[in-house]
Ligand binder design. Structure first.
Ligand SMILES: NC(=O)c1ccc[n+]([C@@H]2O[C@H](COP(=O)([O-])OP(=O)(O)OC[C@H]3O[C@@H](n4cnc5c(N)ncnc54)[C@H](OP(=O)(O)O)[C@@H]3O)[C@@H](O)[C@H]2O)c1
Length: 205
């Protein structure tokens, strides 16, 4: 599949090489592909957001919440494409105060602004876990939520391929719980001494 990762920050850089390593064609979509600040040795091409998205089957939004409207405008028409939302809409400078109402989620709000099939995924653990999920003894849990069953299945497969224990997280209504999992994870990692390499695990013994 053709995968466009919009944003080359912590999450973009963690996911891109892993998705490329399992056989997908991956590009980054960034504001200024010529800007030397985006240079790295991962071998993944840099395109403008519009170029990257126009050729993609799957788009991964690895950007901050405040950038959503600008980035969606830059992406253009995404009808028929799968859009993965990794965003955790919390204020990092204010005790992780929610930036959306309690009965909303970043994913639901984004779904109301695009014709793409929105999938909530890759938000529940830190970038360090996404970077090396395949090399771990235990596969870190990752719930995948979407209102589109086919899109959800394809991202469950992708998440499994890159090393997660990927589970069906239900409809996009559950995105707010998945965002809440991230809030808890971030608070533990920032303030409670939990290693940022910690993943979630389900056990049933
Ligand atoms: N960090 C984590 O461990 C983690 C884990 C799970 C989920 N998340 C979520 O994932 C998202 C990304 O986190 P991150 O840590 O990767 O953030 P980051 O390192 O700050 O990277 C954000 C990226 O967004 C890009 N961006 C901002 N505005 C843009 C625009 N208008 N057009 C194109 N690109 C734009 C930035 O590009 P410029 O350099 O051009 O500004 C940057 O590459 C956040 O919503 C976060 O809540 C993060």
């Amino acid at each position: 599949m053709q995968v466009a990762i919009v944003g080359k920050g912590n999450v973009g850089k963690a996911l891109a090489p892993n998705i490329a390593a399992v056989g997908h064609s991956v590009v980054y979509g960034v504001r200024e592909p010529q800007d030397p600040k985006y240079a790295s040795d991962d071998g993944i091409p840099l395109k403008t957001v519009r170029e990257a998205v126009s050729n993609a089957d799957i788009i991964i939004l690895a950007i901050n919440w405040a950038a959503v409207d600008n980035v969606l405008a830059e992406c253009g028409d995404m009808a028929g494409k799968v859009l993965i939302d990794c965003i955790n809409p919390y204020d990092f400078r204010n005790n992780l105060a929610p930036l959306v109402l309690a009965d909303q989620s970043a994913a639901k709000i984004i779904a109301g602004k695009t014709a793409a099939k929105v999938v909530k995924a890759f938000n529940q653990v830190g970038a360090a876990v996404m970077a090396d999920a395949r090399n771990r003894k235990s596969r870190p849990l990752q719930f995948i939520a979407s209102d589109d069953e086919d899109a959800k299945k394809s991202i469950i497969k992708l998440a499994n391929d890159i090393g997660f224990d990927a589970r069906d997280g239900g409809s996009l209504d559950y995105a707010r719980e998945l965002e809440g999992m991230a809030r808890l994870w971030i608070a533990q990692a920032f303030w409670r001494g939990m290693a940022p390499t910690t993943g979630w695990l389900l056990v049933a013994d």
